[in-house]
Design a protein around this ligand. Structure first.
Ligand SMILES: *[C@@H]1O[C@H](CO)[C@@H](O)[C@H](O)[C@H]1NC(C)=O
Ligand SMILES: *[C@@H]1O[C@H](CO)[C@@H](O)[C@H](O)[C@H]1NC(C)=O
Ligand SMILES: *[C@@H]1O[C@H](CO)[C@@H](O)[C@H](O)[C@H]1NC(C)=O
Ligand SMILES: *[C@@H]1O[C@H](CO)[C@@H](O)[C@H](O)[C@H]1NC(C)=O
Ligand SMILES: *[C@@H]1O[C@H](CO)[C@@H](O)[C@H](O)[C@H]1NC(C)=O
Length: 728
């Protein structure tokens, strides 16, 4: 009995010591040697009890990083460091967890650079060249450059087959380690040993035994003359000898070239650096191990003379176990989601590239709709086009649309100028802008209007003609109607005027504060408190509580602010002044009667309030307004710009070819609303993806919005301001 007990105890003891042994997965002989040296150094540097408890290391040789992931899943190895693209797959597809992230001298991110030796190459004409890439689905070698080429439409992806097929048709030949299974031409330039035995095949594997593997390897591919261009991370540039640097140039996005040291300005995008993964139930031991190893052998390790964790020189290769440029490891807390580790933008990019395999979703465009009425119109739109399928996704507000696009839950939406600013700060980019005023007449030989001169609209303040005592300067204690939260006409412009005696333009710069101080109550959909008091909510299918930030709230938008001003259908007076956009005001006044909201209102029953305190008829908006508003712009994630543009142009063509169709993209009256999906004043959509959002908004408007958001809180801007490259 006692003997049995002792045996059980001994077994338990052995099991638990065994469980604490770390099995590091290596992909080459040099890496295996470095790992073995680390194991020895740990034994030499730590007391035996500590080694036994958490620092016993063994090294498991695998044939590639994919093989490592398989081995870790199968409990035949425990830990490996991977490129962020592989970290994402390991976590999302294979259930592993990230326990640490590499931090480099300038933060947790890497820049993707395109390196060439031929001075006549440019990023706009890469088609047909021979390419070298650090690794397939790697951040700097694949996702960022391919995402860039797609966003500029230099590379097109038909979506009928996997992206790898279009990439292999784009370059004449490539070496993209890890791509063997995807398309043979993607491996044509690789030089590793070929074998039908998996463990002995190094050709095109993610292993140092493939000479063109990883960043330094892709540069070797370029240097040897095998390739014309190498896509690598900026840290790999350090592997180029100082004396050689003159021979290489970077390709910049504007079509120019730059010397290697200009990578901060001349790159194809920024993404997360590498990370260490393990199985879920091994994460605590792995963290403890990494903390110890770093404390002893990291850049500031006290046993550095014995072993250097982030230096591979002695083993004759680069980036063994970790990238050599690693300054330190950020050990990640337990509750950190992979999106927090890698960043929303990066994860959305990977989804956009079909990183997890293609799905039905790849060929549809998901449009953001913020109300029941928009949803109905969007569904009609979907039925009336012959391009890619359109799916209408519901959100709560324009801001919610921006967040959903960022999270890859929807693809595109047309935003007012203030929300375009927010979306731009959140990393979204323009596709087209709405074009107002004149008819859209394309230049000879083209199908779409192309212009960089974008007509604007103006915001106005409107009162009933009968309310004689209402003027700008005398609005203290009145009831106000504002289109919507953060909207240019209802929110951004009015506070800068001398609304009341107490409030003059030297007062605070937070519009919400100003309106709360000046007005007695009002309806500003999306706000809180007194400025929700006169909102009325929605009924029936559009049922919502009052003050919702979308058209379900009957006082939302240009039509809503007008309803708020004339009073509810029973004739009860609600508002004294409405801040709205001028362009469709007269049509909206007419539709008050036709929609049965209120009978008998005509343009003459309203007057504009000018900023000098005078009043004027509605027709004098050019001299009597609250300010100019740049056009609404369709925004999306960068990788989708070409697709969304293509979708909108095809959609526009189909609709133009059927002028007798009941469906009109730029009308909303049949839904008894205004400005659903697009402003009703839109004549056509013009290409703006070659401009940045700041140019579209114009410097004056941009700096006004920036000033306001410098003293107004926005949850969304705060969310978007979190930068994974600097938070670790
Ligand atoms: C450089 O690139 C140009 C354009 O692709 C090509 O015509 C030329 O032969 C290349 N020069 C060298 C030295 O490879
Ligand atoms: C890496 O190790 C080698 C050999 O020990 C040494 O000469 C070199 O200075 C080290 N590099 C760095 C960046 O510490
Ligand atoms: C507001 O009033 C101040 C002081 O009376 C004046 O200087 C300023 O020009 C006015 N601002 C506007 C927009 O009318
Ligand atoms: C501007 O507002 C401040 C604070 O409300 C007030 O003290 C000041 O007299 C106002 N200035 C003018 C010119 O009306
Ligand atoms: C807003 O704040 C940012 C950061 O503090 C600053 O760089 C910028 O100049 C400010 N912009 C304006 C218009 O005040």
């Amino acid at each position: 009995m006692r003997a049995l007990k002792a045996t059980v105890l001994l077994l338990l003891f052995l099991c638990c010591i065994r469980a604490k042994k770390m099995r590091w997965c290596t992909v080459s002989d040099p890496e295996q040697r470095k790992c073995a040296e680390l194991a020895k150094a740990l034994v030499a540097a730590l007391p035996p009890a500590a080694v036994a408890a958490y620092a016993r290391l063994s090294c498991i040789r695998a044939s590639s990083t994919t093989d490592c992931i398989d081995k870790i899943r199968a409990n035949r190895a425990d830990v490996v460091t991977l490129d962020a693209g592989e970290v994402y797959s390991a976590v999302k597809q294979f259930g592993l967890v990230a326990v640490a992230k590499e931090i480099y001298r300038d933060g947790g991110c890497i820049l993707s650079v395109a390196v060439v030796r031929n001075s006549s190459l440019d990023v706009r004409s890469l088609q047909g060249l021979r390419s070298c890439h650090s690794g397939v689905k790697w951040t700097a070698g694949w996702s960022l450059p391919i995402g860039f080429l797609l966003s500029r439409n230099y590379l097109s992806w038909s979506k009928e087959h996997p992206l790898s097929q279009d990439v292999s048709a784009f370059f004449s030949a490539s070496c993209i380690p890890g791509a063997g299974a995807m398309a043979p031409p993607l491996c044509a330039l690789c030089q590793g040993q070929k074998s039908y035995v998996r463990q002995r095949n190094y050709h095109c594997e993610t292993s140092h035994s493939e000479p063109f593997y990883n960043g330094p390897g892709a540069l070797r591919c370029l240097r040897s003359g095998a390739g014309d261009v190498a896509f690598v991370d900026h840290l790999a540039l350090e592997s180029i000898e100082e004396s050689e640097k003159e021979e290489f140039r970077l390709l910049c996005t504007d079509g120019t070239q730059a010397p290697l040291n200009q990578y901060r300005k001349c790159n194809l995008g920024r993404g997360p650096g590498g990370g260490t993964v393990t199985r879920f139930n091994f994460r605590k031991i792995a963290r403890k191990f990494l903390v110890t190893a770093q404390m002893l052998f990291g850049q500031k390790g006290r046993e550095r003379q014995r072993f250097q964790l982030f230096n591979s020189t002695l083993f004759g290769e680069n980036d063994l176990l970790f990238k050599d440029a690693t300054e330190k490891l950020a050990v990640l807390p337990d509750d950190m989601d992979v999106i927090q580790v890698l960043g929303l933008d990066y994860v959305a990019l990977l989804k956009g590239l079909g990183h997890e395999g293609s799905s039905l979703e790849d060929s549809v465009i998901r449009w953001c709709c913020i109300s029941y009425a928009e949803q109905k119109k969007c569904e009609q739109w979907a039925l009336n086009i012959k391009s890619d399928p359109l799916v209408c996704v519901k959100a709560n507000s324009m801001s919610d649309c921006v967040e959903k696009i960022k999270r890859d839950e929807v693809d595109a939406v047309s935003l007012d100028a203030t929300h375009t600013f927010i979306a731009g700060k959140c990393g979204l980019v323009p596709v087209v802008s709405e074009y107002y005023g004149q008819k859209c007449i394309p230049a000879e030989g083209t199908t779409h209007l192309e212009t960089d001169v974008l007509p604007s609209v103006v915001g106005v303040a409107v009162a009933k003609r009968a309310s004689r005592s209402i003027f700008i300067g005398n609005l203290g204690g009145r009831r106000s109607c504002h289109g919507h939260m953060y909207g240019p006409a209802g929110w951004l412009l009015p506070y800068r005027h001398n609304l009341s005696l107490e409030h003059n333009s030297s007062s605070p710069c937070d519009p919400n504060k100003v309106y709360n101080e000046v007005f007695w109550k009002g309806c500003l959909p999306g706000s809180q408190g007194n400025l929700c008091k006169v909102c009325m909510g929605g009924t029936g299918e559009a049922a919502t509580k009052r003050c919702a930030d979308n058209h379900n709230e009957r006082y939302y938008g240009n039509m809503g602010a007008l309803r708020c001003l004339v009073g509810d259908p029973s004739g009860k007076s609600i508002g004294d002044v409405a801040f709205l956009e001028q362009q469709n005001l007269e049509a909206n006044i007419l539709s008050l009667s036709s929609s049965g909201w209120a009978e008998g209102w005509k343009s003459e029953d309203f007057e504009l309030l000018c900023s000098d305190g005078s009043r004027a008829p509605l027709s004098e908006w050019e001299s009597c307004n609250m300010g100019v508003i740049p056009p609404n712009t369709v925004m999306t994630r960068p990788v989708l710009t070409a697709r969304v543009y293509d979708f909108l142009m095809k959609s526009q063509e189909t609709l133009a070819a059927n002028p007798n169709s009941d469906f009109k993209l730029f009308e909303s009256q049949q839904y008894e609303e205004s400005d659903l999906l697009f402003r009703d004043a839109t004549q056509c959509l013009v290409h703006t993806s070659h401009m940045d959002y700041r140019t579209i908004l114009g410097e004056e408007f941009y700096s006004h919005v920036e000033t306001v958001f410098n003293c107004t809180h926005s949850d969304l801007l705060e969310l978007c301001g979190q930068d994974v490259c600097t938070i670790f």
